[in-house]
Design a protein around this ligand. Structure first.
Ligand SMILES: O=C(O)CCC(=O)C(=O)O
Length: 291
């Protein structure tokens, strides 16, 4: 299907969405994912946790356990924080990454050639703590350094179950220094911006099926889940095709500076393979979906 912008017509974004993107660094696509899609995502994520807990293969996806487990946990998925890397193989999460309606929007922001390079399902079970203020670009030492994040509300995100908050306009900020999150139950990779005033932050309340589209420099965080149910979300990250990914070199330099090297970097270094942990998947080329 040929995109409208290729034919020289108008942007697929509404004036309101474009304005919010330019001024605030994000907008919401309301009721984008159907209730069936949200239910399939939740079921599939639970299935992957159960397969993993039973020692069965879940492809190259990685299950990250919750550091502050739910006291009433019963099933494996009740003890999981995130499942990483689902966009390029999973029969449920893969097709959503390639949803043409979504890619029309993303390509309006990034241009006619787009890759998806990261995805994660987030359970945010009861008692899981929130992620501190950060910019996703911190995790993406890429050139160019602007990416687009897509946060799909798989359940409602309410004031008490750990919704996101954003700082409108902060997408215009350069990448700030992030310090490690020192809380003992901080989940993998949590870091924090401490040199910014967040008084104008806005909580982003969403209904299941709503999708937040946001700039990778936008400062955002989430609060603790104080409810008795999971607040689940599926997150995808997109970049311009041909983006230079310097993650391997970056991790190597960081770990050498800290005197410690994570096992996967050590293994790659020993094997002489310089591989990024990101899985680059072409999704949109010359204004059309990649089959
Ligand atoms: O969903 C959350 O609780 C936090 C997600 C987030 O901040 C992120 O994916 O960058």
């Amino acid at each position: 299907m040929t995109s409208w912008y290729r034919l020289g017509f108008v942007s697929i974004l509404t004036a309101e969405q474009r304005d919010s993107w330019d001024r605030n660094g994000y907008f919401i696509l309301e009721r984008f994912a159907s209730p069936d899609t949200c239910a399939s995502m939740l079921t599939r994520a639970a299935e992957l946790c159960r397969l993993d807990a039973a020692g069965k293969s879940i492809g190259h996806s990685l299950v990250d356990p919750e550091r502050n487990p739910w006291a009433d946990a019963v099933n494996p998925e009740d003890r999981v924080s995130k499942i990483f890397v689902l966009h390029d193989w999973d029969p449920v999460f893969g097709p959503f990454a390639r949803d043409e309606r979504l890619l029309e929007v993303i390509s309006d922001l990034l241009g006619p050639d787009v890759d998806c390079f990261l995805s994660q399902f987030i359970f945010k079970n009861p008692s899981a703590i929130g992620q501190p203020w950060h910019q996703d670009s911190l995790y993406f030492p890429f050139e160019p350094d602007r990416q687009v994040g897509v946060w799909v509300a798989v359940t409602d995100a309410t004031p008490v179950n750990g919704p996101l908050s954003v700082l409108p306009g902060s997408h215009r900020e350069p990448l700030h220094e992030h310090v490690p999150d020192r809380r003992p139950d901080a989940n993998l990779g949590y870091t924090e911006i401490v040199d910014m005033d967040f008084v104008d932050a806005q909580m982003v309340l969403m209904n299941a099926g709503d999708v937040l589209v946001f700039d990778s420099h936008l400062m955002h965080c989430s609060t603790d889940n104080e409810s008795d149910g999971a607040r689940a979300a599926m997150v995808y990250h997109y970049a311009i095709a041909g983006t230079i990914d310097r993650t391997y070199q970056h991790l190597r330099e960081q770990s050498e500076a800290m005197g410690a090297m994570p096992d996967d970097i050590k293994e790659s270094a020993a094997a002489g393979v310089e591989e990024s942990p990101y899985h680059w998947m072409p999704v949109w080329r010359d204004g059309s979906a990649v089959p």
